[in-house]
Design a protein around this ligand. Sequence first.
Ligand code: FES
Ligand SMILES: [Fe+2]
Length: 372
Amino acid sequence: MTLDQAQEDLFCAIANNENRTPHSMPGWYYSDQQLFELEKTKVFADGWVCVGHQSEISKTGQYITATIGDEPIVILRDRQKQIRAFSNICRHRGMTLVDGKGKVSLLTCPYHAWSYQLDGQLYKAPYMDSVEGFDPTLCALPEFKLEEWLGFMFVNISGVAAPLAPQLADLEPFLKNYHPEDRHSTQTWHEEWQTNWKALVENFMEGYHLSVTHATTLDYITPTELCEKLASGDGFTAYRSNYRPSSPQRLPFPADLIPKEQRSSVLVNIYPNFVITVGPNCAVFLILLPVRVESVVIKMGVLVQDGADDLAETKAYIDLAHAFNAEDKATLEAIQKNAKTSFRPIAHLAPEAFEGTIWDFTRQMAKLMISN
Ligand code: FES
Ligand SMILES: [Fe+2]
């Protein structure tokens, strides 16, 4: 799988020229099958892919599942309370071991009942004792590198990724007063949108559309004009959406939020597939798990502080999240239908405060795509 010459030239120009004027990307960036296949390895297998929040599996034996590229994985809490990530494929003949989420004492294959312990070791394989040369110790589930950062779980399939935390060190000051690590996931749900996953990252991470696409849902709180670009780093980009002075205070919020933080949300993309908006009371996150070049499974969730699950304020925020997500979905699916048009030029991006995050993300993608 390789890039064609035009793709390689564009990615090289973007990655190697610090001063290039920020611009949008052509339709193939969102619709080319070859590029998507390369992304599966260079971006998803080699990167730190977010799979969820640790509070989703707080008890021994609880698990969640995710498919990263072509790799089904299961993430579970083992008997030592450690979080671990394994291949979710049976070592016998390849059946998926568990679906969705749940709680188990063993991972038992639904096909011929091979079962695995929570440390991935094969526990029982019916009738296999009599098979000459069969060695159960060679049948453990492959395990993947896993790192937790502020409560979120990130998996690296290929094992080549450098430690994640140092790549996010410059992000921590913007989030620490919100204490995301003390929040828990009150609700998660899955949706599938007919859009390329990168278009969804870009849309989530730019404030330029807020006052237009979300004229009735968000503009009265977070208008475009109050957006502010924050730092970016090796592993992330971020911006702040400040609240209109006229909008009501979001409650409750952690005691050490400074006034500016009480009146704003921080929107973050941890490369590649994790976006989150962290506000004073709630945080909404989207974990993007592309299934095809033009469609993406999204695991969405809401983080709240302890005791805030049933507050009217929380419920109102979740309703709001559904409303603005529906607006974004409609826009992104309309754009995707135009991905193969001949009349979409490469255009200037809006000023840094509004679309600077898109350029950070584009540069990161370009660097990854031309890497060996
Ligand atoms: S495929 Fe799992 S036991 Fe046969
Ligand atoms: Fe939006």
